[in-house]
Design a protein around this ligand. Sequence first.
Ligand code: NAD
Ligand code: MG
Length: 392
Amino acid sequence: MRQVGVLGATGSIGTSTLDVIARHPDRFRASVLVANRGTEALAKLCERFRPDLAIVADPAMEADLARRLAAAGVTCDIASGADAVTAAAAGPLCDTVVAAIVGAAGLDSTLAAARAGKRLLLANKESIVMGGELLLQALREGGGDLIPVDSEHNAIFQCLPGGRPALGPSGVRRLILTASGGPFRGRTRAQLGAITPDEACAHPKWSMGRKISVDSATLMNKGLEVIEAHHLFGAPADVIDVVVHPQSLVHSMVDYVDGSVLAQLGNPDMRTAIACALAWPERIEAGVAPLDLAAHARLDFEKPDLDTFRCLALAFAALRAGGDATAILNAANEVAVDAFLAGSLPFLAIAEVVERVLEELPPIPVVDVQTLVGRDAEARRAARGVLHRAYC
Ligand code: NAD
Ligand code: MG
């Protein structure tokens, strides 16, 4: 029986994870549930899944969570604060950790789970974009497995021999990440001037949290995924390609030197990747409808438009620049996306903010978590400075 800590339990990935867990009570138990502030949703999950520990990241909400759980007759332990989340990720109550917190806030708990040798199901791509080398080092120290949950990386994982990263000797030539193109595929810059947050979050194929939905609309999500693939599969930027595939049925591909291209297909439903990662190397039912290719009829592929969707080009540039440039990119993007969602930054200006912060803060080597977190804070300050000067 796997004891699963679900970090970000009330979010889109968390909810899908709990759906898969509920289908297999003989195999999995949700032993730790973590949310940011949403105590009502967290308490409902606790009532249903009866974890050993429930954590709300915002300490101001702990009393409210305690009151709700007492009213519902749930007797699990309760904790709050970022340190409690990190401790639980490394602690004895779970052997498997689903890292599904959104943003850089997930870094510490992801690293802690890796260092403690847990099976790490990585959805929180921002943590590997920020601290890729540190995460790989923590995994080596802990000796546990990382199984990617991001659908593209999970697809590549499934298409690589033994699910293991290996370029060169294994005959891998290229990794091909597919992108849906987001809600604004085919539009020109002139047509993107007045985009609202709700329009940006209306993804044509995937139902996701608001931050990743905006990232998908700018193609920054694909950029973060290129960086994620670089770390997970040891692939230099030059062997990672992105192809737009609007149907979102081919989740990514591996191109081998003999001309074989292996792809993983399925309906766009994150429960496939989550079930794969939870049960690997076994296969379990995920609640996902079988793929009906004849009903879909077409699979289209096209090149991404890097002039309109500049965030993807910026992510490639940051990866090539090396050092902590990808952490700077991530921090600036988080600030810019927050401002866009709050209605204070135009859609196209997200890329401008990221680009200016990358110019202001040339990369330095990643040496340890403290320095990295300091640079993340510096990049956030720089991004707020750009916002203030240009858009307030
Ligand atoms: P979401 O906004 O729906 O959920 C985020 C979850 O994290 C919530 O449970 C929230 O309470 C929690 N949270 C936020 N800040 C926190 C903090 N400081 N401490 C503790 N918990 C905190 O987001 P999502 O769409 O589920 O995405 C989660 C992560 O998974 C992101 O990194 C995203 O890029 C990645 N991802 C999501 C999808 C998807 O289909 N949604 C696909 C691939 C990767
Ligand atoms: Mg993805």
